[in-house]
Design a protein around this ligand. Structure first.
Ligand code: F6R
Ligand code: MG
Ligand code: MG
Length: 370
């Protein structure tokens, strides 16, 4: 069977208004550029979506991950869209395009990237998750639960095809190191790492050897770019995306969505400096309004073949209203703390925001206490 690649590449190239959402004209421009990519056969099909102030390009092709033509097309697309954003004087036009010239790979240039290359099955369901106003570690809890928590994923207990568990690739994003860990055997060690979600992030999930699926083809991937490390100063949170494949030897679609029924606390929100609940929303509600948030996640479901069949707007369903209400209550509760921790992030995380500039001004006024 032929191999398929799905590339989800995203960037904030201008918000409307402020950092709330993406203007229609940016989506139109992106569609125009990616259509040229289909004509020139760089990609086979695409969809352009938006979550909060992030423009999301979903492309399928057969060129593999880290492909120069595909990345160059995405970069060209973001540049063209930035020109529109500048014309309209949208907010922070070109914000995430941190480098001037494209040099072969879009990674490290500002945009977030999640790509999966896999051998096509008879039928391939896939979910593209897009978060705004948070960081890659926000995916740790849901991805852990999908692939390793038997209370979430019934198949881990009752389906022999996933009963053996999965392999987690975890990155230390400060030290630029990675480790592969097996579940369920190393569950406690895995949790010891990924509970520290601002440092250890789940990058990919692989099937185990002997499973129905090839052990060297990732079945889930999370974007782990760190904007502040690229830019050298705070330019907003990373607003991560992820691709997760489902069914037949993998968690079912409903098991992939289930962890999002709990609106867990993530860091980001206003000025990238606050903890708040992650609220699952439909694409039409993926606008960050209250206190620039709260952090949101949208989910686009596809069947993947030569064409992208979809998206199905998976959180556009009343069953998620209960979670949203809970997220609203947690929003209210957290907001009442104002500038106090744990609503505001702890000092070590604030290092990468604008707070140190304020504190520097005060440093001369401190005197020794005997
Ligand atoms: C968070 C975010 C916003 C901005 C805030 C201030 O990721 O994008 O909360 O940090 O609106 O934005 P500036 O500094 O552009 O006025
Ligand atoms: Mg923005
Ligand atoms: Mg954003």
């Amino acid at each position: 069977m032929a191999k398929i690649t799905v590339s989800l590449i995203k960037a904030d190239v201008g918000g409307y208004p402020g950092h709330a959402s993406v203007h229609e004209s940016l989506i139109k421009k992106a569609e125009e550029i990616l259509s040229q990519g289909v004509e020139t056969e760089v990609i086979r099909d695409f969809r352009v979506l938006a979550t909060g102030d992030d423009l999301e390009l979903i492309m399928n092709h057969n060129r593999g991950t880290d492909n120069e033509e595909v990345h160059s097309l995405a970069w060209k697309c973001f540049e063209a869209v930035t020109d529109v954003a500048k014309e309209l004087k949208l907010y922070g036009a070109g914000q995430d395009l941190l480098k001037d010239a494209f040099s072969g790979n879009i990674k490290g240039m500002g945009p977030g990237v999640a790509e999966l290359e896999f051998t096509e099955r008879e039928s391939d369901p896939l979910v593209a998750f897009m978060m705004d106003k948070t960081e890659p570690g926000a995916f740790n809890l849901p991805i852990y639960r999908i692939f390793a928590d038997p209370f979430n994923t019934a198949g881990l207990v009752i389906d022999p095809s996933i009963h053996d568990g999965f392999v987690f690739e975890v990155w230390d994003i400060y030290e630029h190191k990675r480790v592969f860990m097996n579940t369920p055997e190393e569950t406690y060690d895995l949790l010891a790492l990924i509970g520290a979600k601002s440092r250890y992030v789940i990058k990919r999930i692989f099937p185990k050897k002997g499973s129905k699926l090839p052990a060297d083809e990732a079945v889930a991937v999370v974007s782990t770019e760190k904007l502040y490390q690229i830019a050298g100063e705070y330019v907003g949170k990373d607003d991560p995306v992820a691709l997760v494949r489902a069914q037949s030897g993998l968690p079912a679609l409903g098991e992939v969505l289930e962890p999002f029924a709990f609106p867990h606390l993530v860091s980001g929100w206003m000025r990238g400096s606050h903890n708040g609940p992650l609220m699952p929303v439909s694409f039409k509600d993926a606008r960050c309004t209250r206190f620039d948030g709260p952090p949101r996640v949208a989910a686009a479901g596809f069947q993947i073949s030569e064409k992208l069949v979809g998206p199905s707007d998976l959180f556009d369903d009343p069953i998620w209203d209960y979670t949203r209400r809970k997220a609203q209550k947690v929003t209210e509760y957290m907001r009442r703390h104002g500038p106090f921790e744990p609503h505001r992030l702890p000092m070590e995380d604030m290092e990468y925001t604008t707070l140190p500039k304020v504190l520097k001004e005060l440093s001369d006024r401190f005197e020794k206490v005997e």
